[in-house]
Design a protein around this ligand. Sequence first.
Ligand SMILES: [Ca+2]
Ligand SMILES: [Ca+2]
Ligand SMILES: [Ca+2]
Length: 496
Amino acid sequence: MTLPSSAGALTAGAPTHDFEHPASQDTSQQFSPPVAPPARAANVQRQDTPADPIYDQSEPDTVNSPKSTNLYAERFDLFGFPSSLSANSAKYGDSQQGHSAGQPMVSGYNAAGAWKLERGRSDVTVAILDTGIRWNDQGLRDKIHLNTGELPLPQNADRSTCTAPAGANPYDCNGDGVVNVEDYARDLRVTAVIAQGYSGRDAPTPPTLVTGQDLIHAFGDCQIDPGTHLAVPGTCGAGKHYDNDHSGYANDIAGWNFFDNTNDPTDRSSYFAASNHGSGRAGDAAEQGNDGVGSIGVCPHCQVMPVRVWDTFVSDGNTFGLGITYATDRGAQVIEGADGNLYHSAFTERASQYAYDHGAVQTYSGDDLNTANHNYPANYGHAMLIQGTVPDTVGLGQNAPPPKGTPSPLSTAFNAALATAGVGTNAPPTTYFRGANTTQYGGKSSISMEGATGSINTGAPRGEPAWSSARPWITSRRSPCTPTRPGRSSSRPPSG
Ligand SMILES: [Ca+2]
Ligand SMILES: [Ca+2]
Ligand SMILES: [Ca+2]
């Protein structure tokens, strides 16, 4: 398999292995917890760990900073090994599991093991059917899947059409093997929109960086010549709309907004608890990894297609179904909904069948908040229904000080004493398998895994089929036939 060049190439003088080029390809679960240096865990997953501060900040051998003393401050849900903060308190007790009885419980679902083999590809797209996307999210800004059928070829700073390297996608202006917003970084049509500014812009840091929202504002009214892939003069900014790729949705450059019926799926919610819900789940799946910032998604090289199906996480069923058909027709290999609706819709069931028939993996949240409701479309036959389980001590204990707080001499000394003693500020879990929903719901559950809510858990496993989709034996399942298009008008009403 050839990784995109953005995956990072080893350079002369650099170590011979790193997160992107792991020394080991052993994907198996590990039962040795991390240990404080200079000792070294007998655990390949503690080699070539990603440089994301939050990932393993509470383990004694982390190479990241800042450090924490609280299990719940790190991403132990991604571990395929026991956290050092639970290795002595949480052990497998089921004698039926002879291979692991008496061993420390593995704290996560082994994404760390999977990364030894696969970290994903930019041509694998996860559709996020949720509240939308924050365009300026540092870990997602350049991970948004772009519909090149609705975009003109990028230009150089002198307004000439950019020529991609031979053999590359013609939209890959910077030749890095990935088509994303960075290919428009020197395009004056885009930089002018950024410089002029517009209402509602999700400005990144620094604000001169290009976002998917900027491309929508620069090219969201353009007619694209299907032969030259250039914008037809006089069309951009004229307030008209063109369905250039005949998808049934006009100027759908970066996903679609079914709630407002526009081409701008900016993340918004009228319900405070759903604020940025879609962006959070997108991060769970595909947040940039090994970049020294924040956390890491399960499939860190995959892209996301934002599909805004509602403004909170309990949606209209038929609108959700429209999102499923859209994502399928746009070629998403994985369709995710960490949300859902409360009624059966024949249309949405057919939409779920349609996605299945075209080879798309569907992961939907089955229920949430320690409840036993039966969400749709998770109930349908081809969906992976995702639930959450939580450790028995979740919420008990916190950092001293909190991770973003200012350390005092007393708190620093307290944390140092705890670290020396090998304990954390959280109450030690005795099990990771306290059933939030598994004992209440029965046998429909496809995946029950650590995570405070079904929503969070649906965000994470959608990354897993994504990196699986990057493997040829999964990709080969995809139907070669051209899907039929939904019967939609080729024009959309103007936004706002
Ligand atoms: Ca590129
Ligand atoms: Ca279109
Ligand atoms: Ca990161």
